[in-house]
Ligand binder design. Sequence first.
Ligand SMILES: NC(=O)C1=CN([C@@H]2O[C@H](COP(=O)(O)OP(=O)(O)OC[C@H]3O[C@@H](n4cnc5c(N)ncnc54)[C@H](O)[C@@H]3O)[C@@H](O)[C@H]2O)[C@H](O)CC1
Ligand SMILES: [K+]
Length: 519
Amino acid sequence: MHIVTVAEMRELEAQADRQYGLSSPILMENAGKSAADIFMAHLLPHHSMNGLEVLFLIGPGNNGGDGLVMARHLQEAGAFINLYYWKEQRLRIRDKDIAEPEVAKTLDEAIKSADYIIDSLLGTGRSRPLSEDMRALLKRVQQERKSRAELRIVAIDLPTGLNADTGAVDPGALHADMTITLACPKQGFFFFPGRDYLGDVYIGDIGLPADLERDLPTEMLTTNLVHSLLPERRLNSNKGTFGKVMIFGGSLPYPGSIFLAGSAAARVGAGLITLAVTEQMLPIYASSLHEATFAILPDEQAGSFERAKALIAHLEGYRALLIGPGLGQSPTTREVILQVLEHLRALPEEKRPRLVVDADGLNNLSAMEHWWTLLPENTVITPHPGEMGRLAATKVSGGDISRLDLAREKAKEWKVILALKGACTIIAHPEGQARINLLANPALATAGTGDVLAGMVTGFLAQGVQPFDAASASVYLHVLASTFVSQELGHAGLLASDLLPQIPKAINRAAVNAPSYPD
Ligand SMILES: NC(=O)C1=CN([C@@H]2O[C@H](COP(=O)(O)OP(=O)(O)OC[C@H]3O[C@@H](n4cnc5c(N)ncnc54)[C@H](O)[C@@H]3O)[C@@H](O)[C@H]2O)[C@H](O)CC1
Ligand SMILES: [K+]
C-alpha cells in the first residue's frame, strides 16, 4: 500500500486514464461505490441502512462528485439521503428541493437529525484557506457532533481542511470519526496535527492497476506487508535455524533494559539470546530471563581493551548484535564500542552479525566525529527524536512533516536503515524508500518500549530478515501488540513488559494473512 502526495495521486490518475482509459468519471464511480461499500460494511450488522438519515455536504469538485455517487448507493440500500450543495447553497431533502428562503433553517434541522454527516466538500484539490462560510458550516457540524455523541462524521478522501501533503490543518478543519480515503493514504495523514483529524482510516479501491504504484517511494506499514516480510518457520527447524542474538547493554542504573530487549528478541522468534554483562549484573538476569545465556565481560576496571576483547570473542556465530539498551556513556564504554565496530567492519559480510544500535549506543556514537563512518553497512539505528537530534545535530520534531525529509536525507548520508520513532514511526532506507506506520498508540509513551522495539528488530535480523524489513515489521508489530494491551488496559498504564507476551499474537495476526489495514 503506497502513500501518495497530491501530485503523485494526480499522476496515478493521469496514467490510469492514459494507459487504461480509466477516466475521471469512471474513477469517481468506482470511488463512490467503494466508499459506500466500506461505509455499509462498517455499519452493518449493528445498524440497518433502512431509514438511516445521512446528510451529504457536497463540494464543487470531484470530492463532491465522489459524495454524490456514494449517496446514490446508500439511497439504493434504503437510507434517507439529504444533499447540501455548498457552492450553490442548494439543499435537497429526500429528493425534494428546498426553496431558497427555507434552506438555512432546513439545513440546520438536517444537521440535527442526521445519523451520519458525510464530508465530501473538499479533498486533494483544496488550494486555499477555507472560506468563512465553509468554516461556519463545519463549525456547526462540529458543535452538533459534540452535543450528540451518536452522530458520526465520515470524511471522503480526507477531512476538509487537512493538507494532504503536510498534515497541516486549516483553522476550520473538520475532525472526522472515520476517513474513507481513495486509492492510497495521503502523505499528510502521517503527520501532526493532521493525524489527529482522521478517526479510523479505511482505504477505498478505485480500480487503479497496482503496477502504477510500483515506483512510488513511500509505503504504509500494513498487516499484509508485514505478512510478506515474516521469516519462514519450517517444521524441521532447530534453534540454530532462527539465529543467535547478542545484546551489549545494561548497566547498574538501567538493569531492566536488556531484559526487555532480550525477551523481545526471543518473542519474535530468535533461536537463542545472549546478554553480554558483567558477573556483578548476572544475577539480575538469571532470575528474570531464564531462557537467556550470558557472555560474561570483565567489569569497567579491567579497561576497555579487555572488555571489547571478551565481547568480540563471544560474537563468533552470532547473526545479530544489539548495542545500546541501558549501556550508559562512560569513556570506557565508548572505547569498547569503537573496538567492536572496528572488529565488525573487518569481518566478511557472511560472517558479520547484523548490527542494531539504539538508546545509549546512539548517544555514545553522537559524541564521536563522523560516527556514521564507523558503522558496518546495513546497520539499523532506532533513535527517538531526542537521540536523532543529537545524532544529526539539529532540532527534530516529534510529529510534523519535517521528519520525513530528515529521515530520508540522513539514512542516505549515514548509509543506515533509520527508524525515526514517534507517533508515526518512519523507516528510511539509504536508497530513498521509506515506510511509515499509521497505527499510533499513546500507551507506548512509557519507559522501556524502545528497548522492546530494538530487541524485536535484532530478533528478526537473527532470523535472516533483511534490515529494512526487520525494522518495518518490528515497528508495525510493536504498535499492534500495544493495541492488544490497550484493548484491555486503555491508553495509559501499559508497562513495556506487557508488550512481550503480545508480540507473538501480533505476529500471528500478520502471519495468518489478516485483512489489509486497518486491523
Ligand atoms: N481526479 C480524479 O480522477 C479523481 C478524484 N477523486 C476525488 O476528487 C478529489 C479531487 O478532486 P478535485 O476536483 O481536484 O478537488 P476537490 O474536489 O478537492 O475540490 C477542488 C474544487 O474546490 C475548489 N476549491 C479549492 N479550494 C477551495 C476552498 N478552500 N474553498 C472552496 N473551494 C475550494 C476548487 O476551485 C475546485 O473546484 C479527491 O480528493 C477525491 O475525493 C476520486 O476519488 C478519484 C478520481
Ligand atoms: K472531504
